[in-house]
Write a protein that binds this ligand. Sequence first.
Ligand code: GLU
Length: 476
Amino acid sequence: MARKNEPSFRESVDMMFNRAAALMDLPPGLEEKIRVCNATYTVRFGVRLRGQIQTFVGYRSVHSEHMEPVKGGIRYAMSVNQDEVEALAALMTYKCALVEAPFGGSKGGLCIDPRQYEEHELEQITRRFAYELAKRDLINPSQNVPAPDMGTGEREMAWIADQYARMNTTDINARACVTGKPLNAGGIAGRVEATGRGVQYALREFFRDSQGVAKSGLTGKLDGKRVIVQGLGNVGYHAAKFLSEEDGALITGIIERDGALVSKDGLDVDAVRNWIAKHGGVTGYPDGTYVADGTKVLEEPCDILIPAAMEGVIHLGNAKKIKAPLIIEAANGPITSGADEVLRDKGIVIIPDMYANAGGVTVSYFEWVKNLSHIRFGRMQRRAEETRTQMLVDELERLSADKELGWTLSPGFKQNYLRGADELELVRSGLDDTMRAAYQSMASIWHERADAVDLRTAAYLVSIDRVAKSYRAKGL
Ligand code: GLU
């Protein structure tokens, strides 16, 4: 969403990149090579719907192929355009490098309002779009692997996977051509919640970093923190739900398309989500106060602001009025580069998108590996682990039966300890580990280098360095 007097989304991402690249000692020309988008393919295709041919415009942009396949979602929205997919593809490159997912960056989009179509129409459109991309290897398990993004989900990914399989009947790895599929179509447990779960893990790790917390001016832990979330889609919903149910945070504001809800006692995230599903918006929700001009709620006092909707929502027009000391970018590019500077000058700490919402692509990586290995995670080791732990439990039980020692096992210990980890637990463990490691790589630079003025600059320094190293390894 380009705003008057502000650069476009892609320019905004480039400006943030340039600020970090200027602090690095890259060989001449490499900086530009990394920054620019390698290629953007535009497709216009017709689909016969409701008795006439409708033409759709779609894109798939490949930002960097320093590692392949390239990875990134496919978005269905009316706002989709070349500038937007290129900005999002660039963010995918930096995101994958930061969380060490072995992919280059890509992104796709279809200019469509999915709510205007019936399910069977969307299937026809999606299959045709997938066909156009697949025949040019812009969907391919070893070259380009899409995933869900705004306006798409498991259903669309299943159609894409099936379309690719129909076109490549002898490809044994066909299922790895796209991630975010339903479980029964080759998906992985925990992919739907992954981005929101990643936001939760990112915040937990931030609150373990006492230096970082001190820079934000906050104190303590997540418990009792007042959170405002913008967008109760897949990402915002899961983040808000987990933070309130598991970390004791209070969701004091939820901003949606048709307005916002505020409540100082905290909103029930599932109840609001169910209300939206039934009524199409937050209007009329019985608990909390309804605010018609939802974007104003971004400026309300709170401890943590989570923009989880779309790009450019915090801009030069409202940045000065933001009161949250901590912002975590669950969406891609929610803060324009101009607003970024205003917020930094105000001392607001921003946990940047390329880290904050990397949970999605991280679990996509696990799904892709699962598809290529053709086996569910944990299938080989789960019972073996259980047998070993059983031996230990038997031994402990034998000792606790000895009255003289006076030992007893805590209630529930046996059941909890015996259970081998299933796929969901392994996925969460891998995601948590990834989010912690990536935070550490970024925060150590933030705390150690005076010129790494904020977490975003530090994140760019880490990822540009990694991308540069892989270009150098290729002899560039
Ligand atoms: N669309 C998501 C993102 O922006 C996920 C991408 C993926 O899983 O490849 O990160």
